[in-house]
Ligand binder design. Sequence first.
Ligand SMILES: Nc1ncnc2c1ncn2[C@@H]1O[C@H](COP(=O)(O)OP(=O)(O)OP(=O)(O)O)[C@@H](O)[C@H]1O
Length: 577
Amino acid sequence: MTELRFVIKLMFIERKDMYISIFFGILAGLSTVAVFADSGYLVSKAALLPPLYILTIFVALLKLFTVIRAFARYAERYYSHRATFTILSNVRTYFFNKLEPLAPSLFQRFRSGDLLARVVGDVESLQNFFLRVYYPPIVMLVVFLTTVLFTAMFSLPVAIILLLGLVITGFCIPFIFAIKQRGIQAKIRQLRTELSTDTTEFLYGFLDLKLYQKLSSKEKKLSQTSDVYIGKQEDKGKQEQLNSAVNHWFSLLTSWSVIALGAYLVSAGELDGVFLAMLVLISLTVFETAAPMTEVPGYFEDTRHAAELLSSIINEAEKQQELKSNGRLAELDGPPEIECKNVHFYFPGEARPTLTDVSLRLPSGSKTAIVGPSGSGKSTLLHLLLKLYPPSSGTIRIQGQDLAHLDEDQLWKNISPVLQGNHFFYGSVRENLRLAGDNISDDKMNEVLSYVKLDHLSVDSVVLEKGANLSGGEKQRLAIARAMLKKGSLLLLDEPTSSVDPITQQRVMNRLFTGAKDNTIVLISHNLTGLEHMDQIIVMDQGRIIESGTFQELMEMRGGYFYRMKMIENGIWGQVQ
Ligand SMILES: Nc1ncnc2c1ncn2[C@@H]1O[C@H](COP(=O)(O)OP(=O)(O)OP(=O)(O)O)[C@@H](O)[C@H]1O
């Protein structure tokens, strides 16, 4: 139940609508019973030919109860649905706000489809908590108990039968079916996650699957999962139908028992015959309010499970938030100095460290290149500097302050990143460059486009989803333009021009470095040309720093890793070996 605490808290924000819908739900239930009780009494009384004014009073009451019933039912539906949708929107906003700071590491742990299933499916499941779990039992209990008390005024044995019927149909039968449904619901949830994950991957990898002619086998697997999912849904539907049928059967049995007992009591002179039809009609009607109880356990289990999954994510977000608010929020002034001390890093679930004992110092305004073989941990180190992941041990300090205590927004405001996978949105070049700042003029954008040799594009040029109409090199240059416009005092560049031809690359990089001459720059590159101008070069291999120094110093270490790489690049390795 503790997992539902955050749902209940969010639900009570809409307490006014909740109370109104509960009030009208009870009024609708009671007036329905009243309509039938009145009709039963009226029919019996009319047979005894009473004075006309008595009949008129009961006919008028009947009309009144009918109008109240219609109005209350409408109001109940209106307010309960309004409350439900507002609660759902509160849950969505709340969950998104919690999720946002966790985004990078979250994608690490959950496949995107799984995450999608959680966000969409689980959040959506919570809408049933108020509508189908919380308020139907309250309404049913109040209506039923009031009816039982009313019935007891005429006949205690009949009231006891009704109470028994309530316990069986309202609690026992739903509980038994809930136990039976548990397994099916767990399977449905698992299949829903699987289906959503596989569908996302199928769509992302569509082209590769087609080119490698694996589309049909993947499609077959997807449709198999889908068939099993549909099958389980059918099983669930059948169980629900059976539950409802058994419930109906018991409510009819209760009504038959009321007739039989009522007839006996009348013949024994313990009940006035004029009330018999009223009691029978009451028993037939009151079970209508118990009908939604058949759904309560199923929806309760579903929402409890969804809340459990979501709260595991929320708890983690809160832990991180706590960590953050314990620390100071720094104002980063000017090009920052960065220091890493004995940094170790493991990706979640990985036994092998990706970074081992990394220590380095990047003075304010310095230009540092990180080189090394593929998979040596260069990008991971950059991601740690961006605070996308926390180090497993060791510290990273920016301007002397522990990165763990820095506010991300404050940090990112000062960083111009060009990462390996830059995203481009469907829209114009202008809209994509606006990511760097809202008030950048078209002239400024055009100027920067020409710096990165994208003169053939204008700010109005269309960019398709994920930059599909741009070449690899164009995308990289557009990302550099975005970083230039952002004017961060720390530039983190991860192979920013790996797909650009050497001549354009040299021009773009010269321009980038000239514009950022006072800023701190970290550049990851496989291309060693031009590294003579860097203040220091760090060479990484298998997650460790194996060499560092200026270009000159590294070249003097003959037989060193950097020296050998440079020789290979110059095409003379064979001659010096
Ligand atoms: N999300 C991840 N989960 C687990 N391991 C990962 C993850 N991302 C990267 N790695 C592993 O971490 C190691 C370092 O990867 P990283 O991307 O930092 O290397 P890199 O030096 O930047 O490589 P490249 O030059 O090819 O870009 C690799 O062995 C890689 O397999």
